[in-house]
Write a protein that binds this ligand. Structure first.
Ligand code: 4LI
Ligand code: NI
Length: 193
């Protein structure tokens, strides 16, 4: 089982590397690692398990964050509909994910972004594409294509950044972290100014 002890933190060189593509058929090890990454996210979102193992909640994790420099990410986003609790909006393992198209419109999270590899709060807006089309391979080596918008799109972009050695705070405006790029839409948070 993966815990926070398996998650490397900022300053570790692996987080700044460009990760290697995986080749098919996958190694059993790569399949197991990806399943463990997805399970970590589910565990981290379960209040009892998270407390017992001291897991910080996350909706996305990339293999480089567990010190494996391969192009593998897992995303597990709970349903936005509170009526269907065990359901998930988007729960996927993506091998060699690639953004093949994206909206011109940008978005960002009102409360900024957090990262399992960053043990501090970094204030500031992180501009992201509002909509993306991502191509990736599943564990059987079958090519998949998904259109994502808003939160699932933001999380997927954050995780693909890890595969390229990019941290979310690299995208925050250094001089004015709370400056909003022209025309950007802010997602979530209070609707007040
Ligand atoms: C508990 C149980 C407020 C602060 C709001 C928590 C189940 C921040 C938001 C969660 C913020 C779940 C999240 C990300 C932010 C903030 C990630 C809570 C887990 C909200 C996920 C990768 C950025 C993703 C929206 C500094 C570890 N996740 N919140 N950002 N949630 N979560 N990111 N931002 N301000 N990070 O962190 O998994 S993309 Cl589901
Ligand atoms: Ni991260």
């Amino acid at each position: 089982m993966l815990t926070m002890e398996n998650v490397i933190r900022e300053g570790h060189p692996t987080l700044r590397k460009v990760a290697e593509e995986v080749t098919f058929p996958l190694d059993e090890k790569e399949i197991e690692l990806a399943e463990e990454m997805l399970q970590f996210l589910k565990n981290s979102q379960d209040p009892e398990i998270a407390e017992k193992y001291e897991l910080r909640a996350g909706v996305g994790i990339a293999a480089p964050q567990v010190n494996v420099s391969k192009r593998i990410i897992a995303v597990h986003i709970p349903s936005s509909d509170p009526e269907e609790k065990p359901e998930s909006d988007f729960s996927e393992i993506l091998y060699n994910p690639k953004i093949v198209s994206h909206s011109v419109q940008q978005t960002c999270l009102a409360d900024g972004e957090g990262c399992l590899s960053v043990d501090r709060e970094v204030p500031g807006y992180v501009p992201r594409h509002k909509r993306i089309t991502v191509e990736y391979f599943d564990k059987d080596g079958k090519k998949q294509k998904k259109r994502l918008r808003e939160f699932p799109a933001i999380v997927t972009q954050h995780e693909i950044d890890h595969l390229n050695g990019v941290m979310f705070y690299d995208r925050i405006d250094k001089d004015n972290p709370l400056a909003l790029p022209d025309g950007i839409e802010v997602l979530g948070g209070s609707e007040e100014e």
